[in-house]
Design a protein around this ligand. Structure first.
Ligand code: PLP
Ligand code: COI
Length: 339
């Protein structure tokens, strides 16, 4: 442990002590099992390997100034995982069992929850896969739920420093009646090519437009999008984006800070009018956007000339973090404090 440099962590995998599992077989989920193995074994005809029956979640635990560990909004992740399961014909994992698994995995790996001062956190990654053998395109009759944890720093290397994003019109990550609103592995596979192009050109991520008309803003690779103008927090309404729990929280915190909140389609041209823009998510927290280049249209929208985040993004970031780390009262019951 002593050789972990907590303040220098990136967003990646580090081996921890235990993971927690449950197997669905013969029509029922089994009791939670604690494992110290990083491996899983499965049938080569498992549906997750052939037909993409896989869904995952991402949430975080934080260590407060008081040394206590806090888990942020885990019930929301439990419910979203159920929605993902319904969306690809997998068996839903019960909410109470999910919460029990999350608490257990964090407790079992408590020594990996970074110290308060580091600004790092423990990333919690639950997933469900179809493990039953099928060759025809059919849902599995057997499933594995597993949750592991890994200590992480910022998702984008620069953390809270604004970074550039790009619009690439030649790729979509999800279709309007497709799987964009759920968190399934296929969406991320579909985003890898455009993501790599963006990275190779020096951008943090792709800002996707709606797949049908290419008129409206969808989301930022692995995070939702927001813009701020005239003391208003504006975030897209779309049938192909993930309902971000961070974004849902920020909408409430924006109101708390005296801002107006609008959730509606955002035409690309409206980018010109925003004072600040950002990406938000569990991994991204708030990652401010410095500039958005619309590659095919040869157009740039600039938000940060100074290299600093805008004032409202900073206030929202501080407010969210202070609730997560327990520096501020948890009015909304978002935080589970471990004993
Ligand atoms: N959008 C996508 C595509 C994501 O993968 C994520 C990450 O979970 C988000 C948005 C942010 O969602 P949340 O705030 O619930 O982590
Ligand atoms: C998250 O924010 O938890 C994500 O899942 C984003 C990414 C790592 C897929």
């Amino acid at each position: 442990m002593e050789n972990i440099n907590w303040s220098d962590l990136s967003f990646g995998y580090m081996k921890t002590d235990f993971n927690v599992r449950s197997y669905y077989k013969d029509g029922a989920w089994g009791d939670l099992e604690i494992s110290d193995s990083e491996q899983i074994t499965m049938h080569m005809a498992s549906t997750c390997l052939h037909y993409g029956q896989e869904a995952f979640e991402g949430l975080k635990a934080f260590r407060g100034k008081d040394g206590k560990v806090r888990i942020f909004r885990m019930r929301e992740n439990a419910l979203r995982l159920q929605a993902s399961c319904r969306g690809i014909e997998m068996i839903e994992f019960p909410v109470e069992l999910f919460e029990k698994a999350i608490v257990e995995v964090v407790k079992q790996n408590e020594r990996f929850v970074p110290p308060y001062e580091s600004g790092a956190s423990l990333y919690i990654r639950p997933l469900i896969i179809g493990t039953g053998a099928q060759v025809g395109v059919k849902p599995s009759k057997e499933y594995l739920f597993v949750v592991f944890v890994t200590p992480v720093g910022p998702y984008f290397r620069e953390g809270f420093k604004p970074t550039p994003y790009c619009i690439i019109r030649g790729y979509d990550r999800a279709a309007p009646y497709g799987t964009g609103t759920i968190k399934v592995g296929g969406n991320y596979a579909a985003s890898l090519v455009a993501g790599n192009i963006a990275h190779s050109k020096g951008y943090s991520a792709v800002l996707y437009l709606d797949a049908k008309e290419k008129k409206y803003i969808d989301e930022c690779g692995p995070a939702n999008f927001f813009g701020i103008k005239n003391n208003t927090y504006i975030t897209p309404e779309s049938s192909s984006i993930l309902p971000s729990i961070t974004n849902k929280s920020l909408m409430i915190l924006a109101e708390e800070l005296g801002m107006k909140v609008e959730r509606r389609p955002i035409p690309v041209e409206e980018l010109e009018t925003f004072e600040e823009t950002g990406a938000c998510g569990t991994a991204a927290v708030i990652s401010p956007v410095s500039r958005i280049d619309d590659l095919e249209e040869n157009k740039s929208y600039v938000f940060s000339e100074t290299g600093e985040a805008g004032p409202m993004s900073l206030r929202l970031y501080n407010k969210l973090r202070s609730i997560q780390y327990g520096d501020e009262e948890d009015k909304w019951g978002w935080v589970t404090v471990l004993d």
